[in-house]
Design a protein around this ligand. Structure first.
Ligand code: DGP
Length: 114
């Protein structure tokens, strides 16, 4: 079993500002926020990255997106817009090898990303 910082947070061994959790995911604020609202939605299932997602994970990944959308509503950033990001692998800027969806909002973001 993997043991990343996110696994430690999900086990309760590391503190985090948890905004939502259910049987499938845990969502908590990013420790170094890149926007006024920056939340990570992490599946409880061991999945290092998007590259490891299979057909069996369709529902899980859809659930992650819906949880992010619902958090955008509760954080009151939905009206002005927000960004959802999966970083994947080294070139994608992924640092923590457990699948996670970034929810970013509360400021205007540029495109393309750097
Ligand atoms: P990524 O580059 O996509 O792997 O993003 C990993 C994010 O995880 C990064 O924005 C910082 C965040 N992060 C790393 N360690 C911790 C931690 O211990 N607690 C919390 N809340 N976030 C963390």
């Amino acid at each position: 079993m993997s043991d990343t910082v996110f696994h430690k947070i999900m086990r309760g061994d590391l503190p985090a500002d948890i905004l939502y959790q259910d049987d499938l995911v845990v969502a908590f604020r990013d420790i170094s926020p890149a926007a006024p609202s920056h939340v990570l939605i992490v599946p409880r299932k061991d999945l290092p990255s998007v590259s490891d997602v299979t057909e069996d994970d369709r529902m899980l990944v859809g659930h992650m997106v819906l949880v992010a959308r619902n958090l955008a509503t509760s954080l009151e950033i939905e009206g002005e817009g927000y960004r959802l990001v999966f970083n994947c692998g080294e070139n994608g800027g992924q640092v923590v090898p457990q699948l996670h969806l970034h929810l970013l909002g509360g400021r205007k973001m540029s495109w393309p990303p750097g």
